[in-house]
Design a protein around this ligand. Structure first.
Ligand SMILES: [Zn+2]
Length: 328
């Protein structure tokens, strides 16, 4: 089981939340906002456990019946609101049904907890329906609106919530956290960097993504002359499903190269091929910036239906040009 301490550094309000929920001193609605993978859902679940816990000592104990039921997703007073099956949006119908449920007494004679893990999926009607409830909140009920897109919520809804922001960790801290969670030390930094410090996302990075990062940067930054370009374009243009991922991965690589060129971070252990490190070392910042402009343009070209091969080729030619300018 996670504890509040496990999310240290991802929000400034963790200790306060634990105190407030353990003492039943919480407000009726919280908005947990921050990038995907920064602990929002897990912390909301911990708050629910702390509010419902019947254990002795520090809450949540993780051992008592209510704690275990929250962990197992079977607590009858914890409701999770999701879009209906195969629907993108949480409709007003779903919301009305929920609000009816919470208008009755709790099953276990305690607090009722409403989790809305993708709050941005509430359409305007659903948000307005929720708003009425937030304006006259039922007793002993706490709402958690959880989102990585807080701008999708009506300002009137946001203003009824206590906003708690969540943040990514810095790369080193995220890597250390991954190791503490049992990930291998060899790949922890690469995963942390790929997920930009969002630990939850880093846990989802799979070996294929790591392999792609290494192989792509090896192939792309091996290019020294214009004559090297075609073979690489041909190797990547066939797999249509991965074309967008290729540009995403390249953009992430170039961004990290820029940070390395600017002396802000190192590429060591980040899962890139040696060739990417060579580019960062032998080409100055201006070359990294020129390459970033080219990658951005390639993405725009692909979005306006220019063939991937042409867009990718332009990026690779830029790499050969930059190398030619700085031949030492
Ligand atoms: Zn407990």
């Amino acid at each position: 089981m996670f504890t509040f301490e496990d999310f240290a550094g991802q929000s400034a309000h963790l200790a306060q939340l634990q105190r407030d929920f353990s003492r039943h001193a919480f407000v009726h609605a919280y908005l947990f906002a921050g990038p995907r993978g920064t602990g929002k859902r897990s912390v909301a679940r911990l708050c629910a456990m702390a509010a419902l816990c019947r254990g002795e000592g520090e809450k949540p104990c993780g051992q008592c019946g209510p704690c275990r039921r929250v962990l197992g997703g079977t607590h009858p007073d914890v409701h999770t609101v999701l879009p209906e099956k195969d629907k993108k949006w949480i409709s007003v119908g779903v919301m009305r049904e929920l609000l009816e449920t919470v208008s009755v007494k709790s099953f276990e004679d305690g607090v009722k907890v409403i989790l809305i893990p993708e709050a941005e999926r509430m359409n305007a009607a659903a948000q307005n329906c929720l708003l009425k409830t937030l304006e006259e909140p039922p007793q002993d009920t706490v709402f958690f609106l959880i989102t990585d897109q807080p701008a999708a919520l009506l300002p009137t809804v946001v203003s009824r919530c206590r906003v708690v922001r969540f943040h990514p960790l810095d790369i080193e801290a995220a890597a250390a956290r991954l190791v503490a969670l049992g990930q291998s030390e060899q790949t922890a930094r690469a995963r942390a960097q790929m997920a930009e410090g969002c630990v939850g996302q880093a846990l989802e990075v799979d070996d294929a993504q790591l392999a792609m990062r290494r192989d792509l940067t090896r192939d792309v930054f091996s290019i020294r002359r214009a004559g090297d370009v075609l073979a690489v374009v041909n190797a990547y243009k066939e797999d249509k499903g991965r074309q967008a991922q290729t540009l995403d991965a390249l953009e992430a690589a170039v961004r990290d190269i820029l940070l390395a060129q600017a002396g802000r971070s190192s590429l060591d252990g980040a899962g890139y091929a040696q060739q990417a490190q060579d580019y960062a070392r032998s080409v100055p910042l201006s070359g990294g910036l020129a390459l970033m402009r080219e990658v951005t343009r390639a993405r725009m070209m692909c979005e306006s239906n220019v063939a991937f091969a042409s867009a990718f080729e332009a990026v690779l030619l830029k790499i050969s040009e930059e190398y030619a300018k700085w031949p030492w």
